[in-house]
Design a protein around this ligand. Sequence first.
Ligand SMILES: [Zn+2]
Length: 203
Amino acid sequence: MELSLNKKIGHTIRVQGDPVLTTRCKEVESFGPKTEKLAKTLLKALDEEDNGIGLAANQIGISLRAFAYDLRDVNPERHPGHENSEQMYGVIFNPVIESFSEELWSYDEGCLSIPHFFWPLDRPEKITVSGFTSAGEPLHFELDGLAARLFQHELDHLDGLLIFDRIDNKNEKAAAHKHAKEVLEMSASRLDKLKDKTKSLLT
Ligand SMILES: [Zn+2]
């Protein structure tokens, strides 16, 4: 199930249908050269994605609890109003959300593993998060807006959840699934060589 819809990328971004995306990632148990290397790999893979602001380890096939975030130079077309968001850049290991605000915020969420698909999702507007750097140093963030959204989305990836899993309404969930399949097929048809492979990924 190796498939990349981005020819430029050196790391294969796993797409919807790949079981690594629906499997809970394991905690990192020790920090050292391996976690440093994983952090570099994640940041490099994310840097290669023009519109990506976050990337979870399982999106490149590594089932460990870590994700990269990059809120520098946010694309104003993709994230209108957020181009001047917090300039956060790095990798967090074993992240845990410690608190959520009661206020919800709806936003058209996208995912590198479901290219060109966006769906409005309600999520808490503010969160506090703790975790570790690649060297095992503790991290703590109080986040709101796009940063809070990004961290919740990436943490879902580590729990094996995709956008659809956050839609409560049954009909809406079915509609989102159908739409995601359509856009995935459309992306694939642009890359003729990958078309047949992609169809076999869709259930
Ligand atoms: Zn995603």
